[in-house]
Design a protein around this ligand. Structure first.
Ligand code: ATP
Length: 441
């Protein structure tokens, strides 16, 4: 298997990799060997190379004295590549043209002081570096040093697992050491179309039964939830998380039932529509995962949502957006579902609701008029503005006061309805309806 893989690789990877990346990788191997260092491609890049999936971020492990920092410095001195080094962590990053990025790290070994804690890290061999990793398919290394170029190091059978599309951890304690691996395993299943082996599934269930997720810090747990809710295949992922008890491990009241599955499937098509329309550019700060979080937590009682929010340590920005999806009552949905609702009413119903929550509302309803109204709002109505402002009203001789808000509000409604389309029409309308107005003191 190994030889076969090696042969296929050496023929293929040069052809598959873009020239700047290929040149840099082989150059790193050459420079490293001159310094007495062994240089390896490792992790997801090797996995994706073998699976012929594109991956823009190459990870390199450097074994030997001075490790990654020494190699990066020497390499950039020769070739003038842009680098950043982090001597404290023994890591460095090379930036290549066309967004390619190469991360270098000194090979290291890790020990876990107690389950779910962050590991203690020390320099180690390539074998030790591979044995601290999550899954067999991510524990492969390809040697870049000229004397061993193309040699595949596969101590855990990652090559055969790639072939049979299996996800397997390296040792039975692995999920307990780092429960984020449970989330990673479930995501890789969806992203790569692999299956977790039956005995690993049992280990996940056993680990979850020990309530291990509760030992993860809020920050680490939120990072995993964010990655998970960002996946296009979020619906099958959540359904698997529900069945295995991962959702209950995050918070006992989190559920993913068939009804929520339908809502979230609709939400994914709303998110796709949003992306296809390039609306992400028009709503800076839009976060698709937050729309999914709003949907996932919509059914929670207020006190459960409050305790989950605290447990995750969500930022005010994120919780504010989720609250935006919780607040609108059923009457908002009823109005959106009524095709007679005028555009300016749609605008007023939705103007204070974050776009993530608007997409969730649309999905929650599932009715055609609500879908149309929400999408019209997001793609057109929400950008409508009046051209005149308070200064113009002053020039028209209208004494400043709360009436300004009323006038500009009525103007905006007509802009939204398309009845007024220019500054000139705005001024004419104000003159007609408010000229000569005198507000009594
Ligand atoms: P992708 O970047 O496509 O999500 P990846 O495997 O490169 O996949 P990263 O999160 O970038 O994912 O991690 C890089 C490598 O670091 C992995 O391939 C794996 O070997 C290792 N790794 C990442 N997270 C863990 C973890 N929690 N435990 C052990 N090893 C990990």
């Amino acid at each position: 298997m190994e030889n076969n893989l090696e042969r296929r690789l050496s023929q293929r990877w040069k052809r598959d990799l873009p020239p700047p990346l290929w040149n840099t990788l082989s150059g790193l191997g050459r420079v490293g060997e001159k310094l007495g260092l062994r240089t390896f491609l490792v992790g997801g890049f090797v996995r994706d190379l073998l699976l012929r999936r594109e991956n823009l971020d190459a990870d390199i492990a450097v074994e030997g004295q001075g490790g990654a920092v020494r190699l990066a410095r020497e390499f950039s001195r020769k070739g003038k590549t842009r680098i950043r080094v982090f001597p404290r962590f023994g890591t460095a990053t090379l930036y290549l043209p066309d967004e390619y990025r190469i991360d270098l790290a000194t090979t290291r070994k890790e020990t876990y002081p107690h389950p779910a804690a962050l590991p203690r890290v020390r320099p180690g061999s390539i074998a030790e570096d591979l044995s601290r990793r999550d899954f067999t398919i991510n524990s492969l290394a390809l040697c870049l040093s000229p004397s061993e170029f193309g040699k595949l190091i596969d101590p855990f059978g990652g090559g055969p697992d790639l072939k049979s599309r299996k996800l397997r951890i390296l040792h039975p304690q692995s999920f307990q050491d780092d429960p984020t691996r449970i989330f990673r395993a479930l995501r890789f299943e969806q992203r790569l179309g692999f299956r977790i082996t039956p005995d690993n599934l049992r280990l996940i269930e056993k680990t979850l039964a020990e309530d291990i997720i509760s030992r993860l810090s809020g920050t680490r747990l939120t990072a995993e939830i964010r990655h998970s809710l960002s996946l296009p295949a979020v619906v099958p992922l959540l359904s698997r998380m529900e069945k295995l008890g991962v959702l209950a491990g995050i918070h006992p009241s989190l559920k993913f039932d068939p009804e929520l599955s339908r809502v979230m499937s609709r939400l994914q098509s709303g998110l796709k529509w949003f992306r296809d329309k390039n609306l992400t550019e028009r709503f800076p700060g839009f976060e698709p995962w937050v729309a999914n979080l709003a949907a996932l937590t919509a059914g929670l009682e207020n006190n459960d949502w409050e305790s989950l929010r605290k447990r995750l340590g969500l930022s005010p920005r994120v919780s504010g957006k989720v609250d935006g999806g919780r607040r609108p009552g059923p009457e908002v949905l009823l109005r959106l579902e009524d095709r007679r609702t005028a555009n300016h009413r749609v605008f007023r119903l939705l103007e204070r609701i974050p776009p993530e929550a608007v997409l969730f509302l649309e999905a929650q309803s599932g009715k055609e008029p609500a879908r149309k109204a929400a999408r019209l709002f997001l793609s057109r109505l929400s950008f409508r503005k009046t051209e005149i402002n308070g200064n113009d009203l002053k020039k028209l001789g209208i004494p400043p006061g709360p009436i300004y808000k009323e006038i500009l509000g009525r103007l905006l409604d007509q802009r939204v309805d398309g009845e007024i389309r220019s500054r000139k029409q705005e001024l004419e309308w104000v003159k007609k309806h408010y000229a000569g107005i005198r507000i009594l003191p």
